[in-house]
Design a protein around this ligand. Structure first.
Ligand code: F6R
Length: 261
């Protein structure tokens, strides 16, 4: 059993973010082809951009039909108007779903506009369950090891909840806003327990700055101190990394890696 846990996740190392994006698009497209009514969990931020652009290219060329896919966002800022370009709902529509023909009413995020955050969190969990659960969950990783907005210290048992963003995360995300003062300090986020229930996890990381966080997640203790380490508790997790990230992993981690793409 210990050996089995140590083998997780399956790790793929590819040359750069363009090839990583194409591979992630392949994995999502294969899942959509197997199950047109796929329930897909999506991350925002920079990392998934190349994969989203590749999915758009394939859909525009008539090679991929995502019109029956349902989307659940990992997280949403609290305090931004619904149509604010920095909101994750607006971001996902702009960067993927509108262009691949996923209707807006099939794109779900935690409701950050109701007055009762706890009720919104419970409703989001219920909506995911009513959709049959998430089939494939795409994950980026923060430099501090966060996944979704689960910052270090978040209990693994947490489901969708209100998260306070760390200063590191707010600074990292300031590039999507006019200034750091505009970055919200709270979000509603799927919790580690929500994420672990997805049938498959795709953890994607590119660029040297993510190396230490990925090393902590894959080689350090499985602990809330590094929220992304929870992927090692999942029976079907794939980490798709570029060479700059992989360079910072130990030889033992890389022994079973697939690089044949
Ligand atoms: C966004 C999200 C975050 C990002 C992470 C990495 O929905 O869940 O956990 O995946 O902050 O962000 P990027 O990709 O911008 O480096």
């Amino acid at each position: 059993m210990a050996a089995d846990v140590a083998r997780r996740p399956r790790i793929e190392v590819l040359a750069d973010e363009a090839v990583v994006g194409a591979r992630v698009a392949d994995l999502i497209a294969e899942a959509v082809q197997r199950r047109p009514h796929l329930v897909l969990g999506l991350a925002s931020g920079s990392t998934p951009g190349p994969a989203y652009r590749e999915l758009i290219r394939r859909a525009s060329a008539g090679r991929l039909d995502m019109s029956r896919t349902t989307v659940f966002l990992l997280d949403e800022y609290v305090g931004l108007p619904h149509d604010h370009p920095g909101s994750y709902h607006a971001t996902i529509r702009r960067e993927l779903t509108d262009a691949v023909g996923i209707p807006d009413d099939a794109v779900h995020g935690p409701d950050v506009h109701g007055g009762d955050a706890a009720a919104s969190c419970r409703a989001y969990e219920a909506a995911i369950e009513a959709a049959g659960g998430i089939d494939v969950q795409l994950l980026g990783i923060g430099r501090n090891g966060h996944i979704a907005f689960n910052e270090p210290g978040t209990p693994f048992e947490a489901t969708t909840h209100v998260a306070t963003l760390t200063e590191t995360t707010r600074r990292d995300n300031a590039r999507f806003f006019d200034s750091i003062d505009d970055v919200p300090s709270c979000a509603l986020t799927q919790g580690p327990a929500t994420i672990l229930r997805a049938r498959r996890l795709l953890l994607v990381a590119t660029g040297a700055a993510k190396g230490p966080a990925v090393a902590a997640a894959l080689e350090g203790p499985i602990s809330p101190d590094c929220p992304a380490s929870i992927v090692r508790r999942h029976p079907d997790a794939v980490a798709v990394l570029d060479a700059e990230v992989a360079r910072q992993l130990g030889r033992d981690t890389l022994r079973s890696v697939s690089t044949d793409r």
